[in-house]
Structures are given as C-alpha cells and as structure tokens.
Design a binder for this molecule. Structure first.
Ligand code: UDP
Length: 238
C-alpha cells in the first residue's frame, strides 16, 4: 500500500563557504556536523540540496584575475561536485540514504540531473544532492537552488547562511545599525538591493511564487529546525 500522507519537501541551499569553514577545500568536521543535522531531519522531510562551491573557485573572481569567464565558471561548478561528494559521504555515515545528481555528465561519480528521477528518490526518503550548479556559466548556485526547487515542486527554498542569521537592512559587518528583517517581499528586497541572495534567484522565486527562508547555520540544531519548519531568520515571499 502506498503512503498517502504527503511529506514536506524542501530545497536546502548550502554555500561552499560553509564547507570550507573560511578556507580553501573542505573541512570534514563542519560537513560531518551539518550532515548529522540533515540526516536527523530527513526522517520526516523530503530534502533536496544544492551545494555551492565558493570554498574552491568563484568564476567571477578568477576571470578578474585573467581567466576566461566561461572556463573559470566550469571550474566553479566542478568545485560544487566535490562538495556534493563530501556531503554525500558524511550523510551516509549519519545513516541517510543519498543520491548525487550532476548537471555536468560524470557518470562515475554522480547520476545525471533528471528531475523526475530526483523526485522519485525523494519519495523513497533519499536525500538528493544537486552538484555542478545548472551546468551553465554565468549562473550562481543561489539561482540554481530556486530553479531546482521549482522544478521538483519543493514548498520552500531554505538558504542556510554562514556568519549571518537572516536578511539585514544593511551589511551588518560594516553598519552597526543594521537590523535583521523578519519578513520582506521579493519586490522590496530587490528594490533595496539587499544582496544576501543574488538578484536572479530572488527574481525567479518572485515570478513563480516560491517562498525563501534565509537563516543562520549556527547554533547547531538550526539546520534541522529550519528543515522541520521552524520560523528562523527571514522569510522572503511575494
Ligand atoms: N557556477 C556556474 N554556474 C552555475 C553554478 C555555479 O558557473 O550554475 C560557478 C560560478 O563560477 C560560481 C561557482 O560555480 O562562482 C561556485 O558557485 P557559487 O559562487 O554559487 O557558490 P557559493 O557562493 O554558494 O559557495
């Protein structure tokens, strides 16, 4: 008999910066702790994840230093695949079943991105990790998170941030008067030029009515709580 109770389905965006804990490469302790939080929540919620790659390469930065932008962006996308594999490893150690799907074909390490198959994995309780971004230069993994959430019919994009716990009125690192905003519309976030997520991601969510919750990864437990539906950080919607 099939399970007729529809589970909550979320798309979690994890930045590469979090994986590297501020330096180049991956920090196993950080990823392991994150994986345990996700595995805990995966008992109740269908979880798809888009991983960033900023702990390896950002195409825009490499191109400013003389590289061809498209090639540099492909390096950035390959970095996200390394993060996806690291996360897969620690998720499995934490007892979760997982699949990695890559937007760039590399069949030895990941399935190709097939949205219907991803949905099937989710229905079976597997955590699906999307690597290689959209497979397209000039895109960011924030935008991919919005696109994948729409395509697999997730109910929300959860953007877990490192070092900040939501959307602020200004950059809290430079303006001590900046305050956290609990709720904001996409229109206003775009008009005010708030950069916590890139504007293409905001626009895609706005145009398609996909809500987004921006919250801090710290303290430990926040990621599990957000996946389960806790009202943390900032809700961005129409
Ligand atoms: N990237 C890309 N297309 C995509 C996704 C990512 O070209 O669809 C490249 C881009 O160079 C980007 C890098 O991969 O700078 C790493 O992704 P991102 O900067 O979004 O990672 P995060 O900031 O979340 O760690």
């Amino acid at each position: 008999m099939s399970d007729t109770v529809k589970k909550r389905r979320v798309l979690l965006k994890l930045s590469g910066e979090a994986f590297g804990a501020g330096s180049l490469g991956v920090n196993p302790d950080v990823i392991s702790a994150l994986a345990r939080e996700i595995a805990e929540a995966a008992k109740q919620v269908e979880i798809a994840i888009v991983v960033g790659g900023g702990n390896f390469f950002r195409g825009a930065e490499l191109s400013q230093r003389g590289m061809d932008r498209g090639r540099a962006d492909y390096m950035g996308m390959l970095g996200t695949v390394m993060n996806a594999l690291a996360l897969q490893d620690f998720l499995e150690q934490a007892g979760a079943e997982t699949r990695v799907q890559s937007a760039i074909a590399m069949t030895q390490v990941a399935e190709p991105y097939i949205p219907r198959r991803a949905e099937r994995h989710l229905e079976k309780g597997r955590v699906v990790i999307f690597g290689a971004g959209a497979g397209l230069p000039y895109f960011s993994t924030d935008t991919v998170a919005a696109q994948r959430a729409l395509e697999i019919d997730a109910e929300i994009v959860l953007v877990a941030k490192n070092g900040v716990d939501g959307v602020y009125s200004d950059d809290p690192r430079t303006n001590p008067d900046a305050h956290r905003i609990d709720r904001i519309t996409y229109q206003e976030a775009l008009q005010r030029g708030l950069k916590v997520v890139d504007s293409t991601a905001f626009s895609l969510c706005m145009d398609n009515g996909m809500p987004m919750q921006v919250f801090g990864m710290a303290p430990h437990g926040n990621v599990t709580a957000a996946i389960l539906g806790a009202d943390l950080g900032t809700l961005v919607s129409n």
